[in-house]
Structures are given as C-alpha cells and as structure tokens.
Design a protein around this ligand. Sequence first.
Ligand code: PLP
Length: 434
Amino acid sequence: MNDAVISIDRAPMAPPGGDPIVTRLIASELALQANAINLIAAVNYISPRVSMAMHPILESVHSEGYPGRRYHEGQAVADQIERLAIDRACELFGVEYANVQPYRGTMANLAAAAAVLQPGDVVLGLQTAAGGHYTTGSTLHLIGRMFRVVPYGVCANKSTLDYELIAAAARRERPRAIFCGDTSYPRLWDFAALRAIADEVGAVLVADISQSAGLIAGGAIPSPAAYADIMTAATYKTLRGPRAGLILARAHLGPAIDRAVSPICQGGTNVRILAGVAAALGEALTEPFRAYTRQVVENCRHLADELSLRGFDLMTDGTENHACLLDLRKLDVTGDVAARWLASAGILANGNQVANDAQSPRRPSGLRFGTCAVTTLGMGPAEITEIAELIELVLRGRGEPAVTDAVRERAGEIRRRFGTFEHPWYDADVEELV
Ligand SMILES: *Cc1c(COP(=O)(O)O)cnc(C)c1O
C-alpha cells in the first residue's frame, strides 16, 4: 500500500547511460501511468515476459520476405521467431493461416483489403459514428481512397445493428468485401448473419477484431473464425501484446495476403516486436489469460451497471464486451470536455461518437470506457464500484477543480493499491508456459 503520489524521482526505472532527456520523459510517463486509472479501451499493460521478449539485440536483424524465403542471410533465428508467432496465432484463433507482420491494425486492414480487392471495388464497413473504425467506415484512410467504402449504420431509432439494413445495403451495392467489427460497439456481432449476407452477394467477409482479439482468444466472447474469410487484429488491446497487427485467414487466401502485406503495403518485419507478439500469443494460450478475459467482460458489465444505477444513459443499455459507451446527450457536455474533466481527476477515457451522433468526432456526444487495462492490474468489482462513484462525482461536479482535485487523490490511491507494473497473474502462469 502506497499513499504518496509516485513522483518522477521515485520512478523505479531510469537505468544509467540512457539519453538523459528521453530517460526523464520515460520516467515522467511512468509517473503518469502509476497514478492514473486507465479506462481507455485500447490500452493494456504488457507483462514482463512480453517485455523481455523484445530484446534490443533483435533490432539488428534485417528481415524481409517470409520464413524460408528471405532476401538477406542470417535469418535462422528470425525465421523461428516468426514461425513461433504464426503457429501460436493459428492455434489460438483456430485458423489455418496467419500473417504476423502487419505493423499495426490499420496496416492489417489495408493489407487485407489489398489482398482481395481491386482499386474502385465496393466495400461495406460499419460507419464511424456507429462504432466503426475509420479505416473501413469512412473515406479518411487510404482504403477509402482506393476502394469505394459504403458505410452501414444502425437504425435511426435504435443503437444496435440491424442486419436487415446491412443485407439491403449489400443487395444494393454488391460489395466485393464486407468488413465487420468495431472500435466502440458494446454488443456482440452476429457473424453467422453476416456470413449469409456475404454469401448471398458473393462478398469476402472480413472481421476486424482489433478491439476484441483477446476476448475472442480467451473464449470470453464468440469467435468469427468459423464465418469470416479473413480476420484482422491489433495485438495490443485486449490481446495484451506489443503494438502490432495480425491477419488470420483461410489457407487459400494466404499467398495473396502474404504478397499484400509485403511487398505491397509494407517493407521488412520488426523482429523485435514480433518476438513480443510471439510471447503474448503464448500467454494468451494459458488458462490464467482465459480467466483474465472473462474478468474483463465481467468488470465492464459491472461498470455499466454501476453507471446506470447512478442515473447515466448507456448506449445499447449496457455491454457484452470490454467497453461501454456513456451517452452524454442529457448532461449538456460533449465527450471531449468530459474526458478532460476526468483526466484532470486521474481517470483516463476518450470522447467517442454515439450511434446517429449529431456531433462531430472531435466534439462527440459520448464517452467510452474499457476495462482491459484495469483488469490486468488485478482490479475487480469492488474497485470498479469505487471508480463508477468517482466518475459520477466528476461528471456531476462538471469539472469543478475542487471536485477533480479531491477525486484525483482517491483515483491515485485506488491505482497505487495495484503497484506499478507487477502483474498478479504473472507468477501464476509461469508453470504453464514451458
Ligand atoms: C484499434 C483498431 C485498429 C487498429 O489501429 P492501429 O492504430 O493501426 O493499431 C483497427 N480497427 C479497429 C476496429 C480498432 O479498434
């Protein structure tokens, strides 16, 4: 138990010999992280095991191509690291093929699109305001410039997906690919319904599971593996690895996806990061990780319940995954401002659009909360209840400094009960990971 705010000088890192300015910045970041409760749905903490796997020596391997077919010598170890990551990814997600090279989730989506589409082809994707990612739900990304992205949304009078609407859009637009998956849709997807729609119009079904990959891997929510032709994922959200991406697919799509990832979209592999991905995938295959993913969902449901009890509106009235979305429309504040209030009170979240939002993404009508980081630290329902109470104080206090200052002390105290970066599950699973 540690009551004092962790200051930069007390940060337990800063090894001698580092760049003094960068070292100090790292120590500052550590102090930020050690005193704040992070409810950003895309944030998690990697384990010491994953962190140790990303050894600096691996930065001196130059790897282009794929295991067994590289363009430079000296790849014996790099090949084994990549094969290990591929084998673990296939086992974890129950698929025949994996590409572990995408630099991040966005690149995984770009490569998946490049593998199955020709320029100008039509793609259906979930609208950003309804919770879609901008790569496939808007025209902001290169995907929206090279291909014709047609966003589908939710009904005007409800906030859950309407598969009849998606089917109607598919019949009208005849897309070559249908992207599903979300960045902020708190409910489960009906992948079987989407498979039927894709089959009816002859489209490839791509599930972007960037947010939920860990929950799917851990069995906490259903997998699209039996329905989707391709799954794309970020490795660092619920999957709790380093910041990279993955593509999982049926075997016959492998050659096209390999070509699309490199050389079409990317250059060489980040072998050091890949070693961390391999380690994270290994962790994800253990029972403690599976238990972790169930707790993430349970904690999020509890957070949603606690916020509802306190009179707040939740989009879709709750959640079935790791994130929930507070609808601020009755509170007369936008999500960006509310997120700043919370940040000044030591609680990190993000402003987020809600379904059919009349406001822009920069001044959205919602706030998104996720539980994957706090669950990694070991927080459970008791802490979640306390956090919900703090969120209520800040929002009802409308960012009043006297309120946020008092809440920041309590938030820091809750956060520091869980140490800086010791992971309670870390020791427990050592035996299983031989
Ligand atoms: C986070 C996310 C991505 C990938 O983002 P990167 O920043 O490129 O890692 C892609 N799709 C969805 C749905 C996401 O939530």
